[in-house]
Design a protein around this ligand. Structure first.
Ligand SMILES: [Zn+2]
Length: 277
């Protein structure tokens, strides 16, 4: 479950710690919530925090990607909340969202939470980027740069705080999962190179703690570059993808002993096998 009390990340950005972390960005006129938590009970916790923190009456909601714990609490948000997401993510949610919720909910601890999950379509769908003015100088840029963890990953840059809400794309010591559905290792690396240019100071990720942007981007990139380098070597040796997935995962585990979330790595290797010649 989400933590009840928000933690302050920067002047206008708050976090409810959980799986995933929920970001609440507060301007004078409007508030933006990033991700909902799984199920209405988590969504209610987020809404209680919003009521405490909000200064203006407009409420925006957005989701970093279509996986159940990121969008599955939307039912707890008022009808008047304006849901914004990119078109690629909306398509994924339409095509595979309910199926993912069913599969996810089979884990016993999740069964209860997923009761009452409904998928809410976006009120505003954007192509690559949308800017929202939350008032009092607080501006947010919601943007999509192609596939990485999923096809519809979104990141949110908060000005003037220089905080990047990164979803799964930049994390602290979390092994990258690009192999679910339509993710991409190659584009993920490209994205990491691009977002360096945003000059964010702090990154607030979804499944780990906030930290210094530059260092987090570099370590995330190093992990994916290591994975890709090993893919290239083994592919040229003619090793089948399944064997390479096992071998590379073991090697990375040894090289990154304090990293977590390894279940998605064999899938990332297999994805890279398709992407690299
Ligand atoms: Zn995810």
């Amino acid at each position: 479950m989400l933590s009840q009390e928000p933690t302050k990340v920067s002047d206008h950005v708050y976090m409810l710690k959980g799986f995933p972390n929920v970001a609440i960005i507060v301007g004078d006129k409007a508030t933006l919530v990033v991700d909902t938590g799984l199920g209405p009970r988590n969504g209610e916790i987020a809404m209680r925090a919003v009521k405490k923190l909000a200064k203006g009456s407009t409420l925006y909601l957005t989701t970093t990607h279509f996986h159940p714990e990121h969008l599955g609490g939307a039912a707890a948000f008022p009808e008047s909340a304006i849901l914004v997401r990119n078109v690629a993510q909306q398509i994924e949610a339409d095509q595979a969202g309910m199926e993912m919720i069913k599969r996810f909910g089979e884990r016993p601890e999740m069964k209860e939470l997923r009761a009452g999950v409904t998928l809410r379509p976006a009120d505003i769908v954007y192509d690559q980027q949308i800017n929202l003015d939350l008032g009092g100088g607080v501006k947010v840029r919601l943007f999509w740069m192609g596939a990485a963890h999923t096809a519809g990953d979104e990141m949110i840059m908060v000005d003037p705080d220089s905080v990047l809400v990164s979803g799964d794309i930049v994390q602290q010591k979390q092994a990258a999962a690009a192999g679910f559905e339509r993710g991409s290792v190659k584009n993920w690396i490209w994205m990491l190179d691009q977002i360096g240019g945003l000059r964010a100071k702090t990154i607030l990720p979804d499944h780990s703690d906030p930290g210094p942007a530059e260092a987090m981007i570099q370590s995330q990139r190093r992990f994916l570059a290591d994975l890709s380098d090993q893919v290239l070597v083994l592919k040229h040796q003619g090793m089948p993808a399944d064997d390479a997935a096992k071998q590379i995962t073991e090697k990375l585990k040894a090289d990154y002993p304090d990293w977590e979330m390894w279940f998605g790595v064999p899938g990332s290797v297999k994805k890279a096998y398709l992407e690299y010649e």
